[in-house]
Design a protein around this ligand. Sequence first.
Ligand code: HEM
Length: 158
Amino acid sequence: MFSLFNLGLVCHITGIAMMVGGVLANFVAMAQLWKFLPAEKSKAQVIAKAIARFPIVQGLGGFLIISGGIMMMIFFHGLPMHQAWFKVKLILLLLLILNAIVTAWPANVLLKQLLNGENNIPNEQSKVIKVKQRITLYHVLQLMFFVLIFIVSVTRFD
Ligand code: HEM
């Protein structure tokens, strides 16, 4: 029988695949983009355009994770809410969101300026290095938080 738990878990796992897949694909594509900055902006712009749709896939993934999680929560009558593993998981989820806002957001704003700006931006090379470090830090932290959430969700300690 396909229960609400089964449906929730399928949505949850599909969403996780989309989210984590998005971060990994972004990480790999960005590694190519850095090779063309600041010297060959037009090539970097093509890569930036190609990865511009990734956040849509990740957003849909986030929606599936949360709706699947809520379905499983309903199935369990909210029981996980009182368990230690779930509280730790919610803290990690908060860190995922905070990392996107605090680390990625300002770096992406600066990256857009570097991609769209003229060729005579002052200290351009050092700005590219700064953005690269920030975005790499963001990717590494996101992947680390995801692995921690996997460990917490699979072990379900109390
Ligand atoms: C990035 C966010 C999240 C990730 C990566 C994640 C990951 C996971 C994983 C790997 C499992 C184990 C699946 C299994 O045992 O087959 C799981 C189970 C579960 N998750 Fe999540 N989850 C996330 C967010 C959430 C949220 C926001 C909720 C609640 C609204 C939630 C509720 C649940 C529930 C209820 C279970 C089932 C627990 C059980 O079987 O006892 N998760 N999650």
